[in-house]
Design a protein around this ligand. Structure first.
Ligand SMILES: [Zn+2]
Length: 282
């Protein structure tokens, strides 16, 4: 019996395990992430962000993921990432996503709470989990750019209050990470993570997990981050494989051949991340 994704996260929070949430953009990425998830018998969350949804229809992407769920006989948890569009969230809920993220971090505190509450009500009708975000996470996420000096760190009081007022299931907080690729090593605020975890019961989400040193990720999980989002690093791995294949195999039209090398590179990164996050002993 497939566990509800809400329980998967609550259990991971309890055990201080990191749960991998990987952003995927095409069928090859979906297949590769799920293949490695099956190989290591580790659950993962598959995240669909705004970019691939501008490119392929949501119906198509969800069907690819559900088809692999049947083929590989593993639980597949589908998550809509960084949505600011209530119609899009409603569509994802109707199509059977397991969780959705409403990102109201650009709004005022009151507006963010009001919209997040609307999303929670929409999602609850179909027992779909909701991720919300407070504070601003630096960097570029899809089309949204936040400069590092604009980002501010979440306080334990804010996190607790926001979780209680909205009824969201998970909370993305600002603790020093950034979206995209780091120009310099970020300084994560581990005591802050520990204090936010202690203040409430809500599982915490770390955005900006790409390119962080392994030790920083391990320490953040130990301090209390539960869902660890990785996006940029996976696309880099896939495209670096495609690119190296293009330069070594000169047959431009060998599309499957080039994609296969991309998949191999991606699989390697996914395997490393799952072992690092340590949902279970490998
Ligand atoms: Zn994010």
């Amino acid at each position: 019996m497939k566990k509800h994704v809400r329980n998967v996260l609550l259990e991971a929070r309890e055990k201080r395990h990191g749960l991998a949430a990987f952003t995927v953009q095409n069928a090859e990425m979906i297949k590769t992430v799920l293949k490695v998830s099956k190989e290591l018998t580790d659950p993962v969350l598959l995240m669909l962000g705004q970019k691939p949804l501008q490119h392929l229809d949501m119906e198509v992407l969800i069907n690819i993921a559900r088809t692999y769920e049947d083929l590989y006989e593993i639980p597949v948890y589908l998550h809509l990432d960084h949505s600011r569009n209530l119609d899009q969230i409603q569509k994802a809920v109707n199509l059977g996503f397991d969780s959705v993220m409403y990102d109201g971090s650009h709004l005022s505190w009151e507006e963010n709470i009001a919209n997040t509450k609307k999303v929670v009500a929409m999602a609850q009708a179909k027992d779909v989990a909701v991720e919300a975000e407070i504070g601003k996470i630096a960097g570029v996420e899809d089309d949204v750019q936040v400069r590092e000096n604009e980002a501010y760190l979440t306080t334990p009081e804010e996190a607790k209050e926001f979780a209680e007022l909205t009824g969201a299931d998970w909370l993305a907080v600002s603790i020093g990470t950034a979206h995209g690729w780091y120009r310099e090593t970020p300084k994560l605020d581990y005591p802050r993570i520990e204090a936010i975890r202690k203040a409430g019961r809500i599982p915490l989400v770390m955005h900006g997990g790409s390119g962080l040193p392994d030790g920083a990720v391990r320490q953040a999980i130990k301090a209390g981050m539960t869902k660890i989002n990785v996006d940029t690093e996976l696309r880099r791995a896939f495209m670096s494989g495609v690119s190296s294949s293009l330069s070594s195999n000169q047959v431009l039209e060998d599309l499957v051949g080039h994609f296969k090398v991309g998949e191999e590179k991606l699989a390697q990164t996914v395997r490393e991340k799952l072992k690092l996050f340590g949902t279970k002993e490998h």
